[in-house]
Design a protein around this ligand. Structure first.
Ligand SMILES: Nc1ncnc2c1ncn2[C@@H]1O[C@H](COP(=O)(O)OP(=O)(O)OP(=O)(O)O)[C@@H](O)[C@H]1O
Length: 479
């Protein structure tokens, strides 16, 4: 019985075309022939071909096989899922090796033996099926990756500090070196990890991330290395671990500093051996993965304090990328603010802009929550703003104020007030007939802060309050 499948035979010798066609027609449903390799492109455009049997020499005096290589490359560029078997009368081992290296699946020497040719074509069809399946799986993986990774923002920065980061990413991404990304929360460590993956030769493969801080200790090995059905009470089915899921791609281990020592040992063994053994299995699985880790902890210090294994640190930090806090790259703020403004305007269907004054205020704030905080501030402002000119600072409580350059107990709340703040923002402050106790208190607290240039301790002392009582009032009045 004939098998489903379509094959194209390309040879300039009509006798060979007829002989091979007669042979293959007995076995395959569609057998097409051409004596002109320039027809290949059109034939492939017009119908689905799975296997091509391609002559290597189309000029009578040519024996180098170079033409065959030329057409082989063209075919694979047009449709990488096609499987090509090369044929030549001048079969020699070197040519066969070169043909396979160039992407051919097999090599048949003329004159051929029918059984050998048929065996080669059968294998080629099976190879074609695998290639198609692989292509389908790769597309599914890409789709899954996109779905799993959710929305990814662009990784932006024009400051020289960020330019250096991009530069290191570009260099390191091309290698398979393990990379450790450090930086405060919200500085973009996860975005950087994703950027590394996308710039690497693994970009078509999976990018699997795992927050080490949120994995329960009991399930750590199962989560990372997988488990076999029945390995423990809740193991109702086999489970593929994150390492195996990331095979051929990259794995991003976030919040690594939170990992207990016992789990660090298991992780180190997996990284050293590039092998994982699912819980309940005795068979190790080889994994080929790029490791990217991130932490906002000082791991060198954690090593000194005995909380982190030195050998694990050396294993993961072949290249270290430090993401600078946003307050150290203020010239990135307009770019980021504008980017998130456009993003959230689109999301919430608003047409809004930021005034130059507000942009200036954003650039002066010290952003303890880094880019994440900036993005949230802009989002809140877009949602809450009444007018098209986005009064970012007013909406989110940063308006017409200057900012202390250091972190403070309020997690970055603004403490210094401009001359005209009370006038513009709080009309009641100017009202001498307003005896409402809360408003009087608010006014007095503001005045004390202003008098002491935002120094909370001095203002609290002047008001006769403890620092705790002062902070409660700052919270209460959203100062
Ligand atoms: N350079 C940047 N360009 C654009 N967006 C950024 C940039 N850096 C960070 N962000 C945004 O800030 C938010 C936090 O980024 P990300 O999760 O990568 O930070 P992180 O350092 O991994 O934080 P954490 O340590 O808390 O996990 C995300 O919404 C991200 O898109």
């Amino acid at each position: 019985m004939k098998q489903a499948g379509s094959i194209l035979i390309v040879d300039d010798n009509p006798d060979i075309l007829i002989a091979v066609q007669l042979l293959l027609k007995q076995h395959y449903q569609t057998v097409i022939t051409t004596n002109n390799p320039f027809d290949i492109e059109q034939i492939l455009n017009e119908q689905k071909i799975e296997v091509i049997l391609l002559d290597m020499n189309f000029n009578h005096d040519a024996i180098s096989g170079q033409e065959g290589f030329y057409w082989l490359k063209k075919i694979l560029a047009q449709d990488p899922s096609i499987v090509v078997v090369l044929m030549t009368a001048y079969g020699d081992i070197q040519l066969a090796v070169d043909a396979i290296k160039a992407g051919a699946a097999d090599f048949v020497a003329k004159p051929w033996k029918n059984e050998q040719l048929l065996a080669s074509i059968t294998a080629a069809f099976s190879h074609a099926k695998d290639k198609q399946q692989l292509g389908k799986l790769t597309r599914q993986t890409q789709g899954l990756n996109q779905a799993l990774s959710g929305q990814k923002f662009e990784f932006l920065g024009k400051s020289s500090a960020m330019q250096r980061v991009f530069d290191t990413i570009e260099k390191a991404a091309k290698t398979d070196a393990n990379i450790l990304i450090t930086g405060e929360s919200g500085t973009g460590k996860e975005l950087a990890a994703h950027a590394i993956h996308l710039a690497s030769h693994r970009s078509d493969q999976a990018f699997i991330s795992l927050d080490m801080g949120s994995v329960s200790q009991n399930l750590f090995e199962s989560e990372l290395f997988g488990h076999k059905k029945g390995a423990f009470t809740d193991a109702k089915n086999d489970r593929v671990g994150r390492f195996e899921l990331a095979n051929n791609g990259s794995i991003f281990l976030d919040e690594l500093g939170n990992l207990p020592l016992k789990q660090q040992a298991a992780l180190l063994a997996a990284l050293q051996n590039r092998q994982v053994t699912p819980v309940g299995s005795s068979k190790a699985i080889n994994v080929n993965i790029r490791i990217i880790c991130a932490t906002n902890e000082n791991l060198a210090q954690a090593v000194q304090e005995g909380r982190f294994r030195q050998d694990l640190l050396y294993r993961i930090n072949t290249v270290e990328i430090r993401l600078p806090p946003l307050r150290d790259r203020l010239d990135d703020i307009p770019l980021l603010a504008q980017y998130y403004l456009e993003h959230f305007s689109h999301k919430y269907k608003r047409v809004v802009s930021i005034t130059p004054d507000d942009m200036k205020a954003l650039c002066q704030y010290h952003w303890p929550g880094n880019v994440r905080e900036l993005a949230h501030v802009i989002e809140r402002a877009v949602i809450l703003s009444d007018s098209d000119i986005l009064d970012v600072c007013a909406v989110v409580g940063l308006d017409k104020v200057e900012f202390e350059g250091t972190n403070n107990a309020l997690g970055g709340r603004l403490l210094t007030i401009n001359e005209d703040d009370a006038v513009v923002n709080n009309s009641e402050v100017k009202n001498d007939d307003d005896f409402n106790l809360d408003r009087v208190e608010q006014r007095t607290v503001r005045a004390a802060l202003k008098h002491h240039q935002g120094n909370v301790t001095k203002a609290a002392k002047a008001l006769g309050l403890t620092r705790g009582a002062m902070y409660r009032r700052l919270e209460k009045y959203d100062l």
